[in-house]
Design a protein around this ligand. Structure first.
Ligand code: QVZ
Ligand code: ZN
Length: 340
């Protein structure tokens, strides 16, 4: 029986060097839920029925009912699907053409290639997938062009409940519902998003490892101008302690979520998400909300606010110096031996 507790034997979970504590699992009506969301702490919500209407969204149903659109799919040789922002390349060309020209192309080997596919072909590839084949991950924003019955299901989501959450916690507007269909073993490596996220699990199980924004220093994100902006440079599944010594100070929060669970991933919180056994594939739907308006700033400022400040400093310096290579040099000069 799936209890939601992180039973390693049930899902045969990988072990990590850093300590992990369980993310609380609470019924969505529990008043502690809003306490945790208010303080931007992760929580697994049960019994919300947020996407109950989608509980029948298995591969067969999606194949028959997602319409004939071209859906976005990522293909990866390994099991990692590292986000790659193509437009950063263009921006970098404009910001620092010189920097791009002399940068060896190997730097930008795209771990996951983006392409489009019909849902029927995608479903076939999932069914026929076997160990050694390249991995695939469908990621598609739900919209009115999805098939009629999928739209009908979408309308029947618990919009009353989720909109009440959005208002109570002063979140901004709902930007996306991303439908995600991935193979067992697919990993989305550690990264953060600048949006609040109610992550609804529909089919299969996902193991989620989260770190608070305060652990920014242990996760060594790429620079903001890099195509892997917001992604950690470290590979949790293959740690390089020489290059990234502060990984030793990591301590994470984890949850295995299954059908009907909704994980609140607070804005700026790092998350590493893996599709785990026993199901062959997983179906998830996220609800991304823009950050709410910045109210009264309280001091000392919070971890996530420091991340926003660091992002702005990096952007400003890259813009001011027109060459990202010089930013590190200037920051080192500014700090070394002066603020300790
Ligand atoms: C890896 C992938 C397919 C991708 C490739 C290229 C650009 C964007 C993305 C992207 C964005 C979101 C997710 C869902 C989830 C992780 C997960 O469930 O695997 C997550 O991180 C979130 O909901 O915030 C997954 C992806
Ligand atoms: Zn994410």
């Amino acid at each position: 029986m799936y209890t939601g507790k992180v039973e390693s034997d049930e899902h045969d979970l990988r072990k990590y060097d850093f300590p992990l504590v369980d993310i609380p699992r609470l019924n969505c009506m529990d008043p502690q839920v809003d306490e945790l969301i208010k303080s931007k702490k992760p929580v697994v919500l049960t019994g919300s029925n947020l996407v109950g209407a989608a509980s029948k969204w298995d591969l067969d149903y999606l194949e028959k009912n997602m319409g004939n659109g071209d859906f976005t799919m990522f293909v990866s040789k390994g099991n990692q699907f590292k986000f790659f922002d193509e437009k950063k390349l263009v921006e970098m060309d404009s910001v620092s053409g010189a920097h791009i020209k002399n940068r060896p192309r190997k730097e930008y080997i795209r771990p996951a290639k983006r392409c489009t596919i019909k849902i029927q072909d995608f479903a076939k590839r999932i069914r026929e997938w076997k160990d050694g084949d390249e991995r695939i991950y469908l990621q598609q924003a739900l919209n009115s062009t999805s098939g009629a019955s999928v739209v009908q299901d979408f309308i029947r989501f618990r919009w009353d409940w989720v909109t009440a959450k959005q208002k109570l916690h002063n979140w901004g507007k709902l930007t996306y519902n991303l439908l995600l269909v991935g193979l067992q073993g697919n990993v989305t490596p550690c990264h953060y998003d600048e949006q609040e996220n109610l992550f609804a699990q529909i089919h299969g199980h996902k193991r989620c490892i989260l770190f608070p924004p305060e652990q920014f220093g242990c996760l060594y994100p790429h620079p903001v101008w890099h195509p892997h902006d917001r992604q950690s440079q470290v590979d949790l599944d293959n740690p390089d302690y020489e290059r990234f010594p502060k990984m030793r100070d990591l301590h994470g929060f984890q949850a295995v979520i299954g059908p009907g669970d909704v994980l609140y991933i607070p804005i700026y919180w790092w998350h590493h998400i893996e599709s785990v056994i026993p199901e062959k594939y997983t179906v998830s739907l996220n609800f991304w909300y823009k950050a709410g308006p910045v109210g009264e700033v309280e001091y000392p400022i919070k971890g996530y606010q420091k991340v926003a400040i660091m992002r702005n400093v990096e952007k400003m310096l890259a813009e001011a110096m027109q060459d990202p290579e010089e930013v590190g040099e200037l920051l080192r000069t500014m700090v070394e031996g002066r603020f300790s």
